[in-house]
Design a protein around this ligand. Structure first.
Ligand code: OSB
Ligand code: MG
Length: 369
């Protein structure tokens, strides 16, 4: 593979419904689409950095800067025998995993399309459908939360995750357990607590949650290990798993029993596969996280989720929960049994609707050899 053109697009799409986490509420999503080309054949990736640096330090603007000034010159015109070589070829650039991942994942789509195979096949996947879960944000009231859970269960989702923060935690879980019984349920704090809150978090132990995701600081491992010793509920790390090495440290330290994999956070599909394999070797189950992606990122996530150690349902849900319409056609749908079929066809198997992309585009840049 020798990429001869890269296109960056900054887009903005309104969310169907607001999404609120411990770090704030959003009504829209800004993101980049990255297209890579070789002799007119193309592959596409989505950069999951957001407009603000609240989930991670990267933003849409830092990714734009890093891709155009530093990543593109290292990739354009360089021969790769396999897309798994790209992450290493970018080692000169420290960090910026979301920027690197967007280009790397586009290259995987291109390679799969050139070979006429599904991205799932190229990644080493082993199933035709994935189990879908739903991530429900903080609502205006507990009544509204219970109503949202009912709506999502009706839509087919079999596993529910709710966002928590101090003041929106034990009572929220209690209300859901009271109404829905033993439904597979988990919580995600997005780093809203401190080790001092261990006693409050231990109150969640009585609800038989499958896990508590990222209770403590976004780059912490040590305090999570101390907290895990005080909780019966499994800790799952999201933000703290910024690299495969961080995951190895977290596993060794006993900081988590479950890992959330987001390819954007670790630098792309190849690093996500290494993370998946490392966790499997240690008997640590993994699941696929979500970043409110459009259909392009969502399709990538579905293909990656077909690897064998993705043994828990992920935050990979139907397009219509997020964007209506999405940028792709057909949209990604969840079946009544809570599964999502892997899009068929070469590469990621989904297609952009050009006029929707044009309408959502705020800026374009073209880079060539
Ligand atoms: O912590 O998993 C997270 C969305 C944006 C940023 C971080 C997270 C999330 C979600 C939503 O939980 C997952 C999704 O439905 O895409
Ligand atoms: Mg999370």
């Amino acid at each position: 593979m020798r990429i001869d053109r890269i296109e960056l697009r900054l887009l903005r799409l309104p969310l169907v419904r607001f999404f609120e986490t411990s770090f704030g509420r959003v009504d829209e999503r800004q993101f980049l689409l990255v297209t890579v080309e070789e002799n007119g054949a193309s592959g596409i990736g989505e950069c999951v950095a957001d407009a603000n640096p609240y989930y991670s330090s990267e933003t849409t603007r830092t990714a734009w800067h890093i891709i155009s000034e530093f990543i593109a010159p290292l990739v354009l015109g360089t021969s790769f025998t396999h897309p798994r070589e790209i992450f290493g070829a970018l080692a000169l650039v420290r960090g910026h995993h979301m920027a690197k991942a967007a280009v790397e994942m586009a290259a995987w789509d291109l390679a799969a399309r050139q070979q006429g195979v599904s991205l799932s096949t190229l990644l080493g996947g082993c199933r035709q459908a994935i189990e879908s879960g739903v991530s429900i944000g903080i609502q205006n009231s507990l009544d509204e939360l219970v109503e949202r859970v009912a709506i999502e269960r009706e839509a087919g989702y079999r596993r529910v995750k709710i966002k928590i923060k101090p003041g929106w935690d034990v009572e929220a879980v209690e209300r859901i357990r009271a109404r829905f019984g033993d439904l597979p349920l988990m919580v995600d704090a997005n780093a809203a607590y401190h080790l001092d809150d261990a006693r409050r978090l231990a109150e969640l132990d009585r609800f038989n949650l499958t896990m508590i995701e990222q209770p403590l600081d976004y780059d912490d491992i040590r305090d999570h290990a101390a907290l895990q010793r005080q909780l019966r509920t499994a800790i799952c790390l999201d933000e703290s798993i910024q690299s495969v090495r961080a995951a190895a440290e977290a596993i060794d330290a006993g900081a988590c029993r479950i890992i959330n994999i987001k390819p954007g956070r670790v630098g792309g599909h190849a690093e996500a596969i290494r993370l998946h394999d490392l966790a499997a070797a240690h008997g640590v189950p993994v699941w696929h996280g979500g970043m409110l992606e459009s259909g392009i990122g969502r399709a990538h996530n579905i293909h990656l989720s077909t690897l064998p150690n993705f043994s828990l349902p992920g935050d990979v849900a139907a397009s219509r929960r997020y964007y209506a319409p999405d940028l792709i056609d057909p949209e990604i749908e969840v079946s009544s049994d809570g599964t999502i079929a892997v899009p068929a066809g070469p590469g990621i198997g989904v297609h952009l609707v050009p006029d929707r992309v044009v309408a959502a585009t705020e800026e374009i840049m073209e880079l060539r050899v």
